[in-house]
Design a binder for this molecule. Structure first.
Ligand code: PHE
Length: 357
């Protein structure tokens, strides 16, 4: 028995993991374990022998059981120590003060625009970037044969073979959200709809994916004068100046009547873009009084309600405000560009605290 005790206590002490311990338990005190088998022999002993061997075997079994438990606890402690050593972290180290990520100018400008229009009572509406040609065109008074469809350089989605419904499109403007907002909220209505739009076009001021913000205000007595005031207020607040030169040019959109395009005075001298000076004009938005057919397509009675709408290029006004000369860089994901033109994550734009400071 002393040999057995020495053998098992030695093996237990040397065991390196829980599986090895379990093997030892089975070997020693499992059903067919060495010590269990000896206990079974007790029955064949004389009463005197049994009185000696019984308690000794029981004591041995207890000793091995507690040695197993103690070793198991020791192994678990060692594992925890090891883990704590590996996961150690000095929370007293100074935080990294070098800003790594930045807010992209498009996100920043979207927040700025939203803050300004929120102040004027506009809420934010959204729609899908892949839309039906009904929302993108027909509902906006652009029927199938209309030249505006070709002018927009539309990206069409593919349909499955044999599916001859009109293909969906990557929306070419945010105007389809006008229809969705009217359907969902009815009139009176004041919304802006920011988001990505797509056209097959590529040069210094055009990329195949860019961003617009749509504005729509419907009520019982809205006129072109309201549109002009809202846009002037917006432009002054956005550029954080008391005066900017805007040019309203008579124009044509199928979904507005009358229509106006709005340009902003700027200069490109020396390759840098400056707002408010120079002899160049950069178009920033299209606008007009919503066509009655469009109001009707949105499920609202055009005899009762009328209003204005505009669609503005977010990327354009970001370039103008922050002096970014090439639109294509917006989408290059060049970390150096992002560090230069990006914004700190915790500066939420608002009119009272300053939009971009
Ligand atoms: N959807 C037009 C465009 O993308 C802009 C626009 C919106 C014009 C609303 C008038 C009214 O060019």
């Amino acid at each position: 028995m002393d040999d057995l005790k020495a053998k098992y206590l030695g093996l237990i002490a040397a065991a390196s993991d829980e599986a090895a311990l379990e093997d030892l338990r089975v070997q020693a005190i499992g059903k067919k374990g060495e010590i269990s088998l000896m206990m079974r022999e007790l029955g064949r002993m004389s009463p005197e022998e049994r009185q000696m061997a019984g308690p000794a075997l029981n004591a041995l079994k207890d000793e091995i059981t507690s040695a197993l438990a103690a070793k198991k606890a020791a192994l678990a402690d060692a594992a925890l120590d090891e883990r704590l050593r590996g996961e150690w972290l000095d929370v007293t180290l100074p935080a990294r003060n070098r800003r790594q990520g930045t807010i992209h100018p498009i996100s920043q400008v979207t927040e700025e625009v939203t803050a300004i229009f929120a102040e004027m009572g506009f809420s934010v509406a959204e729609g899908p970037r892949i839309d039906s040609d009904w929302y993108n065109f027909d509902a906006l008074n652009i029927p199938g044969h209309h030249p505006a469809r070709a002018e927009m350089d539309t990206f069409y989605m593919a349909r499955a073979a044999g599916d001859d419904r009109a293909p969906n499109v990557l929306r070419t403007h945010t105007s389809p959200v006008q229809i969705r907002a009217m359907e969902k909220m009815g009139a009176p209505l004041r919304v802006i709809c920011p988001g990505g739009v797509y056209r097959a076009d590529y040069d210094q001021t055009h990329t195949p994916m860019f961003h617009q913000v749509e504005g729509l205000a419907l009520d019982r007595d809205i006129s072109m004068a309201n549109l002009k005031w809202v846009l002037e207020e917006f432009v002054k607040a956005y550029f954080e100046v008391d005066h900017v030169d805007l040019r309203f040019r008579a124009s044509h959109f199928p979904f507005t009547e009358p229509s106006a395009e709005v340009d902003i005075r700027c200069s490109w001298e020396g390759g840098t873009l400056k707002v408010g000076e120079g002899d160049d004009w950069l178009e920033i938005l299209g606008s007009g009084m919503v066509h009655p057919k469009v109001i009707a397509a949105g499920g609202i009675d055009p005899e009762v309600y009328q209003g204005f709408a505009f669609g503005m290029g977010i990327d354009r006004i970001a370039m103008l405000k922050y002096g970014i000369p090439d639109l294509r860089a917006f989408f290059d994901s060049d970390l150096r560009w992002l560090r230069h033109y990006g914004f700190a994550a915790l500066d939420m734009p608002n009119l009272h605290g300053g939009l971009s400071r």
